[in-house]
Design a protein around this ligand. Structure first.
Ligand SMILES: *Cc1c(COP(=O)(O)O)cnc(C)c1O
Length: 432
């Protein structure tokens, strides 16, 4: 069982001639194909809208592909809102699902007319004081507590999660918000991350739909949308059965017709805030093997590091690796594939069976299209890589340049001048 990259060895040879590794590469055709499947899976719901979780891949060129299909954006910081503003996205095309929100962020969200999704009951007063009122359209985030179980086991532990309001708080919040003038309501919950099962959304939808019926009956608040948020996962490991978005959409439709329609709520719009499912498989990190080290284990040193892709170091996540041009070679070598941070967890793979790797070989690290480049950081003075888009016509577009040392120095006090002499002038950093 193997995973094939979306880019061939011949294409990579051509791309690396123009752009040095490491870089993240994205697949426009794949993004479009998947987006069309999402749209079709929820076509039964006239109000359906996907709000792409900007944090997953905050690049306007990629978000604009999704915009072709009517997607909005899910933001949770003032900077993400600013990105939307710069792209001409505003109003109800933005869902603001933040937590521990600074006042300035609520001000920015209100100014853009975004739908605000409150994470806590105490934020009702905070929002009102901050923006001088309660918007007519408002959403509340729910946390049912306990364990979230589906037929084939425990999926996650919402009772341990910092997000959302308790059931009692949610009813109180709706009454308070209604009294303060809100008249279009939504509810939202994000209970499990990276679920690789077609049952997560339908099970979550059933919980939210029952809650919505109760909320509407008991508080009189008119519920217009139910936001299933993110959490739809992707098969990072070879042999994992991918989610079938058509089956997921059908599963949600079934509970919609079972719970909402009989309650006279057949006009409720379904919203999603997927990030990983929309972009994850359609990006990869391309890196070159630069060293081969033999001590107690075999190490392949590459020119990318955890600063370019944090998930393996942070969560121990599996990312499949293909050695370009050796797709069909036997995986008869055992390697740790490692980056150059002075951090022993900077390992893209541990004890991974791979074909024999020579210095100069190009490695494709799969499924980095979401929560990949965007989680990057600058530890050890490592610079974030470029992002490239492989267009449908086979051409390649630079959609974010690689950082330079000038970017790394840009925030240092007194370095404005230094910046003008970019990339940098070491004299300016010497103690005077
Ligand atoms: C991170 C996040 C998402 C996206 O999650 P994925 O797992 O990438 O689908 C959606 N909504 C909120 C509020 C989030 O924090």
């Amino acid at each position: 069982m193997n995973k094939q990259p979306f880019v061939s060895k011949a294409q990579l040879d051509e791309i690396t001639e123009h752009y040095p590794t490491p870089f993240h590469l994205y697949d426009e055709a794949g993004i479009r194909r998947n987006m069309e499947a999402v749209r079709d899976a929820f076509a039964w719901n006239p109000g359906f809208k996907e709000y792409f979780a900007v944090k997953a891949t905050p690049n306007p060129f990629l978000i604009n592909i999704l915009r072709d299909y009517g997607c909005g954006c899910d933001c949770s910081s003032a900077t993400e809102l600013q990105l939307c503003d710069a792209m001409g996205i505003s109003g109800h095309d933005i869902m603001f699902s933040s937590n521990e929100t600074p006042a300035a962020d609520y001000e920015a969200a209100a100014k853009l007319g975004a739908i605000i999704n409150l994470d806590d009951i105490s934020h009702i007063d905070f929002l009102e004081q901050t923006i001088g009122g309660i918007p007519e359209t408002i959403s509340c985030r729910y946390n049912p507590g306990g364990l979230f179980e589906i037929s084939n086991g425990i999926m996650d532990n919402p009772g341990d999660a910092k997000y959302g309001m308790t059931t009692e708080q949610l009813f109180e919040a709706f009454r308070t918000l209604k009294a303060k003038g809100a008249n279009h309501f939504g509810i939202h919950a994000f209970l499990c991350s990276n679920t690789v099962t077609n049952d997560y959304y339908p099970e979550l939808a059933a919980v939210l739909f029952r809650l919505a019926v109760q909320l509407q009956q008991e508080t009189g608040a008119h519920i217009e949308f139910i936001n299933l948020s993110g959490g739809v996962g992707i098969p990072y490991e070879p042999g994992q059965e991918p989610n079938d978005i058509q089956a997921i959409g059908e599963g949600v439709r079934r509970v919609y017709e079972e719970i909402l329609v009989p309650a006279g709520m057949g006009d409720v719009a379904i919203f999603t805030e997927m990030g990983r499912f929309m972009m994850g498989p359609y990006g990869c990190l391309v890196t070159t093997a630069i060293h081969h080290k033999h001590i107690y284990k075999e190490y392949i040193g590459v020119d990318a590091c955890a600063a370019n892709l944090m998930r393996p170091a942070l969560y121990g996540s599996y990312h499949h690796i293909t050695v370009a041009g050796k797709e069909d070679a036997p995986c008869d070598h055992m390697y740790d594939v490692v980056g150059g941070l002075c951090e022993n967890n900077d390992k893209f793979a541990i004890d991974r069976a791979l074909p024999e790797i020579e210095d100069g070989d190009v490695l494709v690290i799969h499924d980095t299209g979401a929560h990949g480049h965007s989680m990057g950081y600058n530890y050890n003075g490592k610079l974030r890589s470029a992002e490239l888009l492989l267009r449908e016509d086979g051409s390649v577009k630079l959609i974010r340049r690689a950082e330079t040392p000038a970017d790394y120095f840009a925030t240092l006090y007194g370095c404005d001048e230094l910046l003008q002499n970019a990339p940098y002038d070491t004299e300016k950093l010497k103690r005077k």
